[in-house]
Design a protein around this ligand. Structure first.
Ligand SMILES: [Zn+2]
Length: 249
């Protein structure tokens, strides 16, 4: 059996060396910002190696390139972790990627990859340095939908909030009613991210922003009990209450 493995290795090697594309160097530490559809780099290669073991991904035709096959394999991994529906979209998030790394021997860096923000970059948190203190989906009769429709990031008034990905500001106004001062970000992954209860907005409708750029500050406008960012993740198009998913970017 070892012989067959060796033969396969040589076949893969032959294809790789015949390719005119430069070979990707495998990354030791995987950067979350580098692992997304369309990317080609060493972090993707490291993730593909893990997915080959986890769910049988065959990436010999495009080592280091995050194509449809890698995306499908990642979605299988997300299903394996118990993610369902839109949460198993094949686009790596920090939690699922860390679990893959824990099982297959790599560590994950959450921040932006090398260089400045560009298409496909993401940040670790919409409120840098702050974590979710009230998660999405918890049943609660106080909400019209019957459950919590976003992730809450508790933080003091005026803490900066940033674009989780690059994109265009779809709206920025004080007309959110229970959401208070709010901003909608149409991101480069086709999702609409909604920032609520802001004390201050630093962007205008139609403005282009980069991942990590400050767009406003945490506040307690609208229907709240204390300062926090209520953060929602919707499909593209106009905002429709209750059409969100567990935020991922
Ligand atoms: Zn909330």
């Amino acid at each position: 059996m070892a012989g067959i493995g060796n033969v396969l290795d040589s076949v893969v090697e032959m294809f790789s060396s015949e390719s005119s594309e430069p070979r990707v160097q495998r990354a030791e530490v995987v950067s979350l910002a580098d692992v997304h559809p369309g990317a080609k780099n060493g972090s993707v290669l490291r993730v593909q190696e893990a997915l080959a073991k986890a769910v049988g991904l065959d990436y010999a035709s495009a080592p280091g390139t995050f194509g449809p096959r890698t995306k499908a394999a990642y979605a299988t991994w997300q299903h394996h972790l118990g993610y369902v529906g839109a949460a198993a979209d094949g686009i790596p998030g920090l939690t699922s990627l860390k679990k893959l790394g824990a099982e297959y021997g790599f560590t994950v860096r959450a921040g932006a990859g090398g260089g400045g923000a560009s298409a496909g970059d993401r940040v670790a948190s919409p409120v840098p340095g702050h974590r979710i203190n009230q998660p999405y989906g918890v049943p609660n009769a106080r909400y019209q939908a019957g459950y919590h429709t976003g992730d809450d990031y508790g933080a003091p008034e005026r803490t900066p909030v940033v674009a989780v990905r690059s994109g265009t500001i779809q709206w920025s106004n004080a007309d959110g009613r229970q959401y208070g001062n709010w901003i909608g970000l149409r991101a480069d992954n086709g999702r609409l991210y909604v920032y609520c209860h802001l004390s201050r907005r630093d962007v205008l409708s139609g403005q282009k922003v980069k991942a990590g750029q400050r767009i406003g500050r945490v506040g307690s406008t609208g229907n709240v009990t204390g300062p926090h960012l209520h953060f929602e993740d919707h499909p593209s198009g106009p905002f429709v209450y209750g059409h969100e998913r567990k935020p991922a970017w």
